[in-house]
Write a protein that binds this ligand. Structure first.
Ligand SMILES: Nc1ncnc2c1ncn2[C@@H]1O[C@H](COP(=O)(O)OP(=O)(O)OP(=O)(O)O)[C@@H](O)[C@H]1O
Length: 522
């Protein structure tokens, strides 16, 4: 019954905001038209469609708001006016009562609050649709007096989310069959991705492990600080981490007054991002200003502080390499290479014609080159490429969408800090060094080193494996073939022996010469 009411409410909101025109564009049933006319009496449809959609999602509550936020990153699917408007969505939700947060913590640890914390701030420092954060001091003698931030999940989210998700799935089915654009928008797939994303966000252990991995990766770079996780105090619904002290990145004047080098800060942001993406293939993908602070403590002055690790992106070696090559080819204006790379990587179907793709890419990219390089937005280029690729039936990979969104965030942030920031020139040496490392002898050595334990295990077993293989083959191959194989094996053995004896001889010769030289010197 409740589900029915919720469904009717959603339908009412959709009609009141004139979204029927957007969603039911090919649905001409007179009955539905009549109902929508009646419900829409007195509504104001002068506002742009994006704004109406945003307002409707805000009306439908936090889960729909989150959905809109996630959807806003799918610029490969949405027209720009709608994506821009959805990106403005903010979850303005009141904090949940502190006793509820405390009950969640006590349930998670099986202890009273005062057994876990020496001090616990009753007023949360921040609150969003899924979780809220309280500052506290740990009691555990091992961490005596450590100041921490405690993130607590909003209670009973799962059933609410499941209900809204099942309605969303139903609506996605309708949109897919009723809307003119339904097939292309793949609403059911979008909702399925959102489903996974929401469930991930509901597991703070996952977030804590993302943070720990990023912290490990970033040690040594000395440009960014990531809070330490207190694993004994991390559960699915509660996460206890080191409390960080910093100035929010968007308070640029305050940072400048405190003596932070803002231009360096902008460059460091780019370095951190490119290191996470191209070196580690593991990047923080929720880089909005609310999650970034800057340390002003003397020993870590001017370093970034990263918070909120609910969304991270991962890239495989394969993705990393193709991306780096794409960026480099793009900046050489080698569009043919960009097109070939798209086909080689399987991002577009293999039957795609290189020349057609090349000219489409040229049409996207060339206008950017009329501007100084520092004005080129890599995020924008990537986005336009995704939009173009729609015509070529590209299945956009979710990890690339996340990357493009983060790149836009980083660029926005970098340029807010330093409008003169030349993103490409900051990133170029990094990319070139990385590419050189990928193909240079160092990389070969690294790979050999990484594979060495496997070879070490395999080598002693080689004669036995060979023998077994030959024995198995005996039943399948003729005596003549076997004789050939054995002759080949004998030849290889002789060759190997030659190489080994030759090597030993050479080494001995070298040692003897060295000894003789030293004797003579002596
Ligand atoms: N370790 C920490 N040290 C200091 N402050 C923190 C810490 N973790 C979180 N905060 C504060 O709490 C705020 C919200 O944290 P976080 O972004 O992790 O929560 P969220 O529920 O995912 O919020 P949103 O969805 O709005 O990003 C941060 O902006 C920051 O002000």
């Amino acid at each position: 019954m409740r589900r029915l009411f919720r469904g009717v409410f959603i339908l009412w909101v959709v009609l009141r905001h004139g979204l029927d025109e957007l969603v039911l564009s090919s649905f001409r049933h007179p009955g539905i038209r009549l109902v929508s006319r009646v419900v829409s009496i007195g509504r104001n449809l002068n506002a742009p469609r994006g704004q109406r959609l945003r307002e409707a999602l805000e009306r439908l509550g936090p889960i729909f708001v989150k959905f809109g936020q996630v959807l806003s990153t799918r610029r490969d699917l949405l027209p720009p006016d709608i994506a821009d408007e959805l990106a403005r969505l903010q979850d303005r939700v009141p904090a949940f009562p502190t006793p509820v947060a405390i009950a969640t913590i006590e349930r998670a640890f099986g202890k009273r609050l005062d057994e876990v914390f020496e001090r616990f701030d009753q007023v949360p420092v921040a609150s969003a649709s899924i979780a809220q954060v309280h500052f506290a001091t740990l009691k555990d003698p091992r961490y005596a007096g450590r100041e921490v931030a405690v993130k607590v999940l909003r209670p009973n989210m799962l059933p609410v989310i499941e209900k809204d998700l099942s309605l969303m799935r139903m609506m996605a089915g309708w949109v897919e069959t009723l809307s003119a654009d339904g097939k292309r928008l793949k609403p059911r797939q979008v909702v399925a991705e959102f489903d996974k994303y929401l469930h991930d966000e509901l597991d703070l252990l996952r977030e804590a492990s993302n943070a720990a991995q990023l912290r490990r990766n970033m040690t040594g770079l000395d440009l960014v600080m990531i809070p330490e996780m207190f694993w004994d105090y991390c559960r699915t619904e509660v996460m206890v981490m080191e409390r960080m002290y910093g100035v929010p990145i968007n308070r640029v004047d305050e940072l400048r007054d405190r003596g932070v080098d803002i231009a360096k800060l902008a460059r460091d942001g780019v370095t951190i991002f490119f290191t996470q993406v191209f070196r580690d293939g593991f990047f923080h993908a929720d880089m909005h200003p609310g999650n970034i602070q800057v340390s002003v403590a003397p020993e870590t002055f001017g370093r970034y502080i990263s918070l909120d690790f609910g969304i991270v992106g991962t890239l495989t070696e394969f993705d990393k390499e193709y991306l780096a090559q794409n960026f480099t080819a793009f900046f050489r204006r080698d569009y043919k290479r960009v097109a070939e790379l798209h086909i080689e990587s399987g991002w577009v179907p293999p039957e795609t014609r290189v020349d057609e793709l090349e000219s489409a890419i040229r049409a996207v990219c060339e206008p950017y080159f009329d501007r100084p390089l520092k004005e080129i937005s890599l995020g924008m280029v990537l986005m336009r490429l995704f939009q173009t690729s729609r015509r070529f039936h590209v299945e956009i990979q979710p990890q690339l969408v996340l990357l493009q969104k983060t790149l836009l965030n980083i660029e926005g942030l970098g340029r807010d800090l330093d409008p003169e920031l030349d993103l490409w020139n900051t990133a170029k040496p990094f990319l070139e060094r990385w590419m050189a490392e990928q193909i240079g002898p160092q990389r070969l050595l690294q790979q050999l080193k990484a594979e060495a334990p496997q070879y070490a295990k395999l080598l002693p077993a080689l004669p036995r494996l060979l023998h077994d293989a030959l024995a198995q083959q005996r039943s399948r191959v003729s005596d003549q073939q076997l004789e050939l194989l054995l002759a080949e094996q004998r030849r290889t053995n002789r060759l190997l022996q030659g190489i080994i004896y030759g090597g030993i001889g050479f080494l001995l010769g070298l040692i003897v010469t060295q000894v003789l030289v030293r004797i003579r010197l002596w």
